[in-house]
Ligand binder design. Structure first.
Ligand SMILES: [Zn+2]
Length: 187
């Protein structure tokens, strides 16, 4: 299977839902290329819930490309999201943790790497370029730049919450019904 999140819209990806009809993962969104999806259909691992207008055909069969599938067997979802650039930005709501700016975003090591700081959830924050330059190789206390929120590893649930404000860039219309099914429960 292709790793999710690396599938381009041109490849007609299918949104992959768990057996409970929630996306298998949100960040990155669980997507399979149409080739992987059709393979899974033939292996009887998924149900097709919706499809694209496009079809693929061979001499012996024709099939519309699935746009939403669900696994027949429930997979226990991960509690914690992958440590990725996107997910760090999402945790920090795409804003600089020192001044709140939302442009020129980059990453800052709270404890600089040159001072032994690690590239981990609890030491990397979103920071704008000007703040990043200003902080340079200083400790937060040396320069008086403390992140708004102490960086910690978020749960998938927390990222999901933040993600409602920042939907993925590409969403096929047939996916909408499956992405935020519980959003009406939120005030
Ligand atoms: Zn800043």
């Amino acid at each position: 299977m292709v790793r999710s999140g690396q599938v381009s819209p041109e490849s007609c990806p299918a949104l992959v839902l768990n057996a409970d009809y929630r996306p298998l993962s949100y960040y990155p969104l669980s997507l399979w290329s149409w080739q992987d999806t059709i393979k899974a259909v033939f292996l009887d691992r998924v149900n097709i819930l919706d499809h694209y207008d496009r079809a693929v055909s061979s001499p012996s069969f024709e099939m519309q490309l699935p746009s939403v599938v669900s696994l027949k067997t429930y997979v226990k979802p991960a509690r914690y999201p992958a440590f990725t650039r996107f997910n760090v930005f999402l945790r920090d709501k795409f804003s600089c943790q020192y001044c709140g700016a939302r442009s020129e975003l980059t990453f800052d090591h709270v404890i600089p790497r040159s001072r032994g700081g690690l590239t981990t959830w609890d030491n990397v924050v979103a920071a704008c370029s000007p703040c990043n330059l200003r902080k340079a190789n200083k400790l937060p206390t040396e320069i008086g730049m403390i992140p708004y929120e102490s960086p910690i590893r978020p749960t998938v649930h927390e990222l999901h919450h933040n993600g409602r404000a920042f939907p993925p860039n590409y969403l096929h219309e047939s996916w909408q019904d499956y992405l935020y099914w519980d959003s009406e429960l939120e005030p």
